[in-house]
Design a binder for this molecule. Structure first.
Ligand code: F6R
Length: 603
């Protein structure tokens, strides 16, 4: 979704803003723009398309000011166009604004302003912000008061940066339900929509709460939701700058696939230890509470939801507590059965997904206990949940999630073991499972040693129009994730089905040469799934089998044998590689697939 960067400091702002925007490219966008303040001179430059299109029209000598704001836009209100690109201005060109989020009452505000004689040039919701600034400045004759009044009028989600020649050397910042961080370095102060945008400049970050605002100049003054001055402490982030570079890999996605053993190891570190009960920092669910649980919900979107399905499998198998996995955007409208005996787990790599955060708020307001599993320190979701468990996958830049997924799966399995051990103590079974879980990073490395076979398969399959993934139990969950990876980066139509469902309809789609990917990692279901594969094969399908069982097929990808609870951690890896290589063979941008954004901050 939209990305924001701002800078005030000793240096020229433009190069820093462009670096920041480039670091945010992974979020997905369709236009970009900057506004630079140089004394009394306020310049805006914007362009459609990629940041390089913006760079082509930038005059670095002319735009020499040391204050600026910049934006990448992911269209929500109005098509991707020059008019709709940010920054937006008021009619007197006194206020330049970048905004991430959605102003829900913009129609009402726009009509009021049009009635007062204001003329709008874009279709965006954002443009009401500079217009309101102008309107209130006329009345208040004070920029900060105008900013207070403007933000008080806004309903919805926003992270906003404003610069103005009427308030030299400063950036005004406000946040509500949209991510925003402020970073302080020796050379200046930054504001950005996320940490990777500015991690190369600073590791010291301030995190605003919803409703808070700030005035940034040579220092930062923070205000609460009533505009009363408040003090805030910064936190130092331990991400390595290298973690946000490609480190020699052709793409972030390939790098992140390869980082999975390390990401999983670090996510389990300190939680899972051989022959010791599992312990989570900051999380304690006691036995009496767990015994009284009526249900568990796992709520998330996309890949995180697929991780949730493997969590359900583990919790139900080990603890015999019913678990519902619900897509976050559906959760709110399902009238979920929630009370103090419900435990709700929200999974979000970014910690900023609007649907997941809204679902979490609903669960809390209905008395449920809430846990979030997230990869981003101090992300918005962590401030809403009762407990936070961090995955330590490091920054995930490629839009298609890989290392965050396997880290989430690992953490959820650990949580299932934790619940089991809290309810009935450690046993030889849980000890064995922990031992096996700790061995997974090494087994992942083994699977990644030779990727040529995946590449060859991708070359063979790159022209297919459809690809089906099937499996039973946890293998079906892996099938769903493999299918999503393929469609999002290769744009090939793909579906995942429970293997036994094919003959209830989808088998009609199978034709001569249709590819079907079967996943079989559980001896209890292997024969049944295999016969489903034979059924499609006899109707002309070409089978690719990912298995740890003793089954022969024309094309077999063999993976190590592990407990079926853990199998998705290994079975997903060949599927990630195959999707990656197919997209590469098709010449596509795997890191930034069309229409997608890394962090979906609108509902
Ligand atoms: C797919 C993918 C998305 C995300 C989903 C949730 O590869 O990355 O499906 O999993 O948008 O995002 P988070 O986990 O940030 O809430």
């Amino acid at each position: 979704m939209c990305g924001i960067v701002g800078y005030v400091g000793k240096d020229k702002a433009l190069p820093k803003l462009i670096t920041g925007l480039k670091n945010l490219e992974y979020r997905g966008y369709d236009s970009a723009g900057v506004a630079i303040l140089d004394g009394e001179k306020l310049d805006i430059v914007k362009n459609k398309g990629r940041i390089k299109n913006l760079e082509e029209i930038l005059d670095y000598d002319k735009l020499g000011g040391n204050i600026g704001i910049a934006h990448t836009r992911w269209a929500t209100h109005g098509i991707p166009s020059l008019e709709n690109a940010h920054p937006h201005m008021d009619s007197k060109h006194n206020f330049a604004v970048v905004h991430n989020g959605i102003i829900e009452n913009y129609q009402e505000l726009k009509e009021k302003l049009i009635h007062l004689g204001y003329t709008f040039v874009s279709e965006t919701d954002t443009e009401v912000i500079p217009m309101l600034m102008e309107y209130y400045y006329e009345i208040e004759k004070d920029v900060f008061r105008a900013f207070q009044k403007t933000t008080s009028d806004l309903k919805g989600s926003y992270a906003i940066l404003v610069i103005s020649p009427l308030l030299p050397n400063s950036i005004l910042v406000a946040k509500n339900n949209s991510p925003l961080v402020i970073g302080k370095s020796e050379d200046g102060i930054f504001a950005a929509s996320d940490i990777p945008a500015i991690i190369s400049y600073t590791k010291d970050f301030y995190f605003l709460e919803d409703g808070e605002s700030a005035l940034i100049n040579e220092d930062i003054t923070f205000f609460d939701k009533n505009f009363k001055e408040i003090q805030k402490n910064y936190k130092t982030i331990d991400w390595e700058v290298d973690a946000t570079s490609k480190n020699g890999y052709e793409d972030y996605m390939l790098k992140e696939i390869h980082e999975q053993p390390k990401a999983l190891e670090e996510s389990l570190a300190g939680i899972v230890l051989n022959n010791k009960p599992i312990q989570f920092m900051n999380l304690s669910l006691n036995k009496d509470y767990l015994k009284e649980l009526s249900n568990i919900y796992i709520v998330a979107c996309g890949t995180a939801m697929h991780a949730g399905l493997t969590g359900k499998y583990a919790i139900e198998k080990l603890c015999r507590i019913p678990v519902n996995v619900v897509v976050a955007s559906e959760f709110r409208y399902q009238d979920p059965i929630l009370d103090k005996h419900s435990l709700c787990i929200f999974i979000s790599q970014s910690g900023e997904t609007a649907d997941t955060i809204a679902a979490l708020k609903l669960a809390r307001s209905n008395g449920a206990k809430t846990i979030t599993v997230t990869n981003v320190f101090e992300s918005s979701i962590t401030r809403e949940a009762d407990y936070t468990i961090y995955t330590h996958a490091g920054p995930e830049i490629a839009v298609a999630s890989t290392k965050a997924y396997t880290s989430q799966v690992g953490v959820l399995i650990s949580l299932a073991i934790y619940i089991k051990e809290t309810l009935s103590g450690s046993s030889s079974d849980t000890d064995l499972l922990k031992k096996e879980l700790l061995s997974i990073p090494k087994l992942m490395e083994d699977i990644m040693k030779d990727t040529e076979a995946y590449h060859m398969l991708a070359k063979e399959m790159m022209h297919v129009h459809d690809l089906y993934y099937i499996g039973r139990g946890n293998d079906y969950h892996t099938a769903m994730e493999g299918s999503l990876k393929l469609k999002e980066i290769s744009y090939i139509h793909s579906e995942a089905y429970p293997a036994g469902e094919l003959k209830h309809g989808p088998i009609a789609l199978i034709d001569n040469g249709t590819y079907v990917m079967g996943i079989i990692t559980d001896s209890k279901t292997s024969e049944k799934t295999w016969s489903n594969l034979e059924e499609v094969k006899s109707r002309g399908a070409k089978i690719i089998l990912v298995t740890n069982q003793n089954i022969e097929e024309d094309i077999v990808i063999r993976i190590p044998l592990v407990n079926p609870i853990l199998a998705p951690l290994l079975a997903v890896i060949p599927l990630q590689f195959i999707a990656y290589y197919i997209a590469k063979e098709k010449g596509l941008d795997v890191d930034k697939p069309r229409n997608l954004a890394k962090s979906v901050t609108v509902e």
